[in-house]
Ligand binder design. Sequence first.
Ligand SMILES: C[C@](O)(CO)[C@H](O)COP(=O)(O)OP(=O)(O)OC[C@H]1O[C@@H](n2ccc(N)nc2=O)[C@H](O)[C@@H]1O
Ligand SMILES: Nc1ncnc2c1ncn2[C@@H]1O[C@H](COP(=O)(O)OP(=O)(O)OP(=O)(O)O)[C@@H](O)[C@H]1O
Length: 321
Amino acid sequence: MVPTPITVRVPAKVNLHLSVGDTRADGYHELATVFQALSMVDEVTVRSAEDSGIDVHGEGAGSVPTGPGNLAWKAVRVLAERCGRDPDAPGVQVSIHKGIPVAGGMAGGSADAAATLFGLNALWRLEIGRNELADVAAQLGSDVPFALQGGTALGTGRGERLVPVLARHTYHWVIALDQHGLETPDVYRELDRLRRGSTNNGMGNVEPMLEALASGDPRELALLLGNDLQAATVSLRPGLRRTLRAGVDAGALAGVVSGSGPTCAFLCESADSAVRVAAELSGAGVCRTVRVAQGPVHGARFVGDDRADRPTPPTPPQVHA
Ligand SMILES: C[C@](O)(CO)[C@H](O)COP(=O)(O)OP(=O)(O)OC[C@H]1O[C@@H](n2ccc(N)nc2=O)[C@H](O)[C@@H]1O
Ligand SMILES: Nc1ncnc2c1ncn2[C@@H]1O[C@H](COP(=O)(O)OP(=O)(O)OP(=O)(O)O)[C@@H](O)[C@H]1O
């Protein structure tokens, strides 16, 4: 019997804090980061098919590869290898509906890889537990484990080692999308260039941010938003200075470049304030488009599964596409 297709919803992320340390021997930078999952999502459906393939729909779909360059494709291969399966007999069709901006610093490709792992775990009835799935996720990219986990989390190592963080509040965000994306390696390379000759690549202290998150006051959190990659992103895209200023002028508590950018995220005092800021920012002519989002939200989960306390169940129910 052909298994029922599985659809998984998976969130974007913003880095509330991103400290970038030294480059390691493997070429990655040591990180200390606080991730938050936001209510901008991709939906990924995995189904058994004669021939394997990927189709991509939604905003920015035209710039997403549908072959081996797609992180979801890699996820199929890596998981198949892990469990000794032939990924092409039968094949897997992966359908991606993009709601997360492409190459925007919000981990869209990572989200699709995480959703594919999560979906295949059910489609192939593998019953892989969350820790092992997170290990496979880390093989695919530094941001992939967080897309599985969601919520708010502290990431260390190259960003893949996660500890959940208590966040007492729903935070309201305005997200400003830029005209064109940026490639993450280019942004890290630019940071290395800007830092050349400097010896002080110490990691910022995340404790104050963890306390602000526990208190739940967005004004406290706003004072602590920070991203070491921001200088590099702004150096590559100087117009972002204007975007960041415009968000604060429109009434946001603070703004920060999301990860490697060029998307900017603005923290607002309330849902109403976010709507006002979004309206004013979209009229300011400093970005392609503006969205309103909330965080934290769940990591990868089945569409239709509303149980709030089960972000990554090891043996989930199958939900039909
Ligand atoms: C900017 C962030 O989104 C912040 O969460 C991440 O650090 C990037 O995570 P990602 O896109 O999953 O990145 P990966 O696919 O693991 O790595 C892509 C490239 O980014 C750079 N990279 C990434 C993570 C890291 N800790 N140090 C790095 O230098 C490396 O050039 C690497 O080759
Ligand atoms: N499933 C996918 N969705 C989007 N882009 C993908 C996907 N698979 C591969 N890519 C490629 O990866 C590049 C980065 O896309 P992505 O949307 O993941 O960027 P990002 O959000 O900036 O990543 P991150 O925040 O994790 O650094 C794109 O240029 C695209 O060609």
